[in-house]
Design a protein around this ligand. Structure first.
Ligand code: ADP
Ligand code: 5GP
Length: 233
């Protein structure tokens, strides 16, 4: 019989799935699609991918939901929480502070759930330094061209003109960091970029070292059929 222990062992090892890019490339759009597709394919069970919701000191924008898009906190709270060691990583981006709360990440990994991050290269670097490298998968998204990136930043109408200039000014510097990532996806056609991201996620889930319980499963082939039918992944 499969007891609790065996069920625990058959859990897949969750990992940290990090997406970074320069602002306006399409991280938020693709992350939402990935989460929605995971939700759809989970058949009412807990989805195998969970978003890491960051804390930020930047102002909440129209349409953003506190606790879903970000935890919006003031600078004092940010520094208190940083002091208390609550953050897995933190960075200053475009003059505001951003950080990943540690506890939800640990909780998801303990349940065998993968965690999706929309964070910049500084955060990706810190996470890679702190976590076991086999737990971290890093994807860098590139825009198809500078002109298209500018068009996306302008047409989403989210930023004021000085904020927009700052984001554009940083593009060349930010995208140089693609060399630190495991995968690079060019977000030209949204459908194609989404398929690439989902394929990376699926392939990483099939990695042998993430499949707990395989030894027991394979051993079951040496048993008679009636015994081995009790051992399934
Ligand atoms: P980021 O989170 O990287 O800052 P967003 O997801 O907010 O970027 O995308 C910026 C804008 O570009 C949004 O208006 C979004 O709808 C648009 N966009 C994203 N991907 C594509 C794409 N492949 N083709 C055309 N527009 C896109
Ligand atoms: P935005 O203000 O456009 O939502 O985010 C600005 C930048 O901050 C983006 O590059 C985004 O990926 C990054 N960012 C968001 N949350 C975090 C975080 O928790 N840590 C780090 N290091 N970067 C973050």
């Amino acid at each position: 019989m499969i007891n609790n222990n065996a069920r625990q062992n058959s859990l897949r090892q969750g990992f940290l799935f990090i997406i970074s890019s320069s602002s306006g490339t399409g991280k938020t759009t693709l992350a939402r699609r990935l989460l929605a597709s995971e939700q759809e394919s989970s058949n009412d069970k807990t989805p195998s991918l969970r978003m890491s919701v960051s804390c930020t000191t930047r102002p909440q924008l129209a349409g953003e939901v506190d606790g879903e898009d970000y935890h919006f906190i003031d600078e004092e709270t940010f520094h208190e929480r940083k002091q208390r060691g609550e953050f897995l990583e933190w960075a200053e981006v475009f003059g505001n502070f951003y950080a990943t709360p540690h506890a939800p990440v640990s909780a998801a990994l303990a349940e065998g759930i993968d965690v999706l991050f929309d964070i910049d290269w500084q955060g990706a670097e810190q996470i890679y330094e702190q976590m076991a490298s086999e737990l971290v998968v890093r994807v860098f998204l590139l825009p198809p061209s500078r002109a298209e990136l500018e068009r996306r930043l302008v047409t989403r109408r989210r930023d004021g003109s000085s904020e927009l200039d700052l984001r554009l000014e940083r593009v060349a510097e930010e995208i140089k960091h693609y060399v630190e990532y495991d995968y690079v996806v060019i977000n030209d056609d949204l459908e194609r970029a989404f398929t690439s991201l989902r394929s990376i996620l699926q392939a990483e889930r099939c990695k042998r070292e993430r499949r707990n319980g395989l030894e027991e499963f394979v051993s079951s082939f040496a048993l008679s059929t009636s015994d081995s039918s009790l051992l399934k992944l």
